[in-house]
Design a protein around this ligand. Structure first.
Ligand SMILES: *Cc1c(COP(=O)(O)O)cnc(C)c1O
Length: 340
């Protein structure tokens, strides 16, 4: 039995999901004639109480499209130093949009409204780039699956409104935050100009993200997605997997969160583990005392036991629970850990 805890992207579609995909009605989506995609887009827009939505092949393309539509070359956006858009999208902010990032030194990937306000360049001071967009991430990836305090998001929204800034949510793992904090998509729909969500992480789809916003923003996004090469044809096979996941795989995220907490308490009991970051969702980031055991050695010991996890450098390691991490694997993994 192989236990892969590297990411929640390692899941494979279940047989039920595959059945739904095989029977999907499809058409040419570049002509907006794919019924499964149209249905998914309407369903997601309604779920968030927003006007429109657009299906994307990746979360990266959805985020990059949002950044492109809210900015002009030379502008600056504000984000946390841990942001996925800054660290893990290949420099797309500058490559695609000619935009720079003002990085905020937040806590676990989250900034305060005061930090955001202090990062805005005065619009009449033409020596500085013009600030036009604020991007946040929920849950935070590099921040260890941390969830935002919704009141802080409301305060950031007030700052955005006061200074006429667009507000984008990278919600690749928003589903995890909704379940962990008992929040609703509509709360988020009211606050943000655009939201991206992923189906290929905790929800177990092979491919797919959606960008949600006003009709005007999504019309613009359609053109940008085309330019980025993201216009797809009979992609309803993929969209039907996302529809299936919306109906079946959201509430069960609580199981991934519970398993992550259990792994965290076993890690905390091990003498060579220095620190386990607080666990709110399905990501566990922890530090190893390398004077006792090197991080690489710990990873190889786990590999010998058919367990895969990932290192993040500087003695930090990451474990991510997901849909394909079963009860049986969980029991096996906990006993392997206790034996080390
Ligand atoms: C995974 C992820 C994305 C998008 O990733 P893709 O692999 O392009 O789908 C965006 N933001 C965050 C926070 C992520 O974790």
């Amino acid at each position: 039995m192989k236990i892969n805890l590297i990411s929640d992207t390692v899941t494979k579609p279940s047989s039920e999901m595959l059945k739904t995909m095989f029977s999907a009605k499809v058409g040419d989506d570049v002509f907006k004639e794919d019924p499964s995609i149209n249905e998914l887009e309407e369903k997601v827009a309604a779920l968030f109480g927003m006007e429109a939505a657009l299906f994307f092949p990746s979360g990266t393309m959805a985020n990059q499209t949002a950044i492109k539509l809210h900015t002009r070359p030379g502008d600056q956006l504000i984000c946390d130093k841990y942001a996925h858009i800054y660290n893990y999208e290949g420099g797309g902010v500058s490559f695609n949009s000619g935009v720079s990032c003002k990085l905020v030194d937040g806590h676990r990937g989250m900034m305060t409204a005061d930090q955001v306000e202090a990062s805005i360049n005065p619009p009449d001071f033409y020596h500085s780039p013009l600030t036009t967009l604020v991007c946040i991430e929920n849950t935070t990836n590099k921040g260890g699956g941390a969830c935002w305090n919704f009141n802080e998001l409301k305060r950031i929204k007030e700052v955005c409104t006061k200074h006429s800034l667009a507000f984008h949510l990278d919600g690749a793992r928003l589903w995890n935050a909704l379940v962990a904090k008992n929040e609703t998509p509509k709360q988020y729909g009211k606050l943000f100009d655009t939201i991206s969500v992923c189906f290929s992480k905790g929800l177990g789809c092979p491919v797919g993200s959606v960008l949600i916003g006003t009709k005007a923003h999504i019309d613009k996004a359609l053109r940008i997605r085309k330019i980025f090469g993201g216009g797809m044809r009979q992609a309803g096979y993929l969209a039907s997997a996302a529809s299936y996941a919306l109906d079946h795989n959201i509430n069960r995220l609580a199981e991934d969160h519970a398993k992550a907490k259990e792994i965290g308490s076993v890690l905390n009991s091990l003498s060579f583990i220095q620190k386990v970051e607080p666990i709110e969702t399905n990501i566990i980031i922890f530090e190893i005392n390398e004077t006792v055991l090197a991080a690489d050695e710990f990873i190889s010991k786990l590999n010998e036991n058919n367990v895969q996890i990932i290192g993040m450098g500087q003695g930090k390691l990451r474990i991510v629970t997901h849909l394909d991490y079963t009860e049986e694997m969980h029991d096996a993994f906990l006993s392997i850990l206790k034996r080390l």
